[in-house]
Design a protein around this ligand. Structure first.
Ligand SMILES: Cc1cc2nc3c(=O)[nH]c(=O)nc-3n(C[C@H](O)[C@H](O)[C@H](O)COP(=O)(O)O)c2cc1C
Length: 366
């Protein structure tokens, strides 16, 4: 085979690998995958092929550069760029206007229709009547055709951390670290405990619990103890403190970046949280009740209709970390999913739409 034949093969391989990289890149973007189907390796192969193609064509490249260099020193009349004709510039102008209007229509008008689930669509028949969750589950399934809709805007990315204007911060001590219980033992011993003794929890214990829940374990990247889709961290953690040494009872927000508790409201909240928890007395008995909420837009702008699945899963991860951390410290914990949403949202001071309470984890001495 001649060098030219090899070069044709390289050009074909360049086109195919380029197409593969473009398509897998698009799929990665649509679904928010951090890695996908050899995308990187084919991308590297594409670069190597590009290098081989350049080597094969080096004489032509150098000849072209020399020609350009000469023409720039002493341009001939024929080398002068032609002025754009009136029709060409008009066509370009019209195309620009059409592109701008098209972009506006796609970006602004279509998202609304995209947000309305098609309950008559594929897989929607035979679902239990009235179970919106089952409909949601079907509707939020990814599909290549449906995912084209995800090209449209689902809003912008909000701030990574929730901030309050000038709250009093209680900086937490370092978490206690290894407590002498292996993860296997903690898993084996974990139980939902609903009866708590009267002693107070220490700040170090609160620190260990919050660190296990949502603490930053990789400061360089801001990654946390529990996994999060796209590392977007939609879950906020609040502590309803009843009986913790060196802390006044009240409502606190966990400031993840500072590993601190921000004082939002002081007072005895035992009745309020028990009422919100549909009368479950352990919520008043526990030394602290952690409430997990979600700021949905943190995940929505990227994962669109998958958002509600992801935030619930993430609350589950954090809840289990709290359970295991409490077990390893010899404390008792109990998850609570049965609560009056509006009452609990009011207690936290969140609107229940942009941000809503998802889960309570009561923790106390046993
Ligand atoms: C999503 C979820 C919601 C729960 N809600 C409540 C609740 O509202 N009240 C309660 O006493 N326990 C609640 N639990 C705890 C379960 O009752 C408990 O996990 C189950 O009985 C198994 O016991 P174990 O945790 O000791 O293994 C909940 C657990 C989960 C996972």
């Amino acid at each position: 085979m001649k060098q030219m034949d090899w070069d044709y093969l390289v050009v074909v391989a360049l086109l195919l690998t380029g197409l593969y990289v473009a398509i897998t890149g698009l799929v990665m973007d649509l679904f928010g995958f951090p890695r996908f189907l050899w995308h990187n390796y084919v991308g590297y192969a594409w670069v190597v092929l590009g290098g081989v193609h350049l080597i094969f064509n080096w004489p032509r490249v150098t000849a072209y550069v020399k020609r350009r260099f000469r023409s720039e020193r002493g341009p001939t009349l024929s080398a002068q760029p032609k002025p754009a004709s009136a029709t060409t510039s008009r066509r370009w102008f019209l195309a620009s206007i059409l592109t701008a209007v098209g972009g506006f229509v796609l970006g602004r008008l279509l998202p609304e229709s995209q947000l309305i689930p098609d309950f008559s669509g594929e897989g929607m028949a035979n679902l239990p009547e009235g179970d919106v969750g089952a409909f949601y589950h079907q509707w939020s399934k990814p599909g290549y055709a449906r995912s084209l809709g995800t090209l449209f805007s689902w809003g912008s990315q909000p701030a990574r951390y929730k901030t309050y204007p000038h709250p009093k911060q209680i900086y937490l001590p370092a978490p206690p670290g290894y407590q002498g219980l292996s993860v296997e033992e903690a898993i084996a011993r974990r139980r939902s405990r609903r009866n708590y003794a009267g002693d107070s929890l220490s700040l170090t214990e609160i620190s260990g619990l919050l660190y296990a829940a949502s603490g930053i374990t990789d400061p360089a990247r801001g990654f946390r103890a529990a996994p999060s889709a796209g590392a977007l961290y939609p879950i906020e953690t609040y502590a309803v403190v009843h009986n913790v040494a060196e802390m006044e009872p009240g409502l606190y927000h966990y400031n993840v970046a500072n590993h601190a508790l921000e004082q939002l409201r002081l007072g005895d909240l035992r009745t309020e949280i028990t009422v919100a928890g549909i009368g479950q007395e352990m919520l008043a008995q526990a030394q602290v009740c952690f409430v997990l909420s979600a700021i949905f837009q943190r995940t929505r702008w990227k994962y669109r209709q998958r958002t509600y699945r992801y935030v619930q899963l993430e609350a589950g991860h954090i809840g289990q970390n709290l359970y295991l951390a409490a077990t390893s410290m010899g404390l008792g914990a109990c998850a609570v999913g049965a609560f009056l949403d509006d009452d609990l949202n009011d207690l936290l001071g969140v609107d229940g739409e942009e941000e809503a309470a998802l889960y309570i984890i009561a923790v106390g001495k046993v």
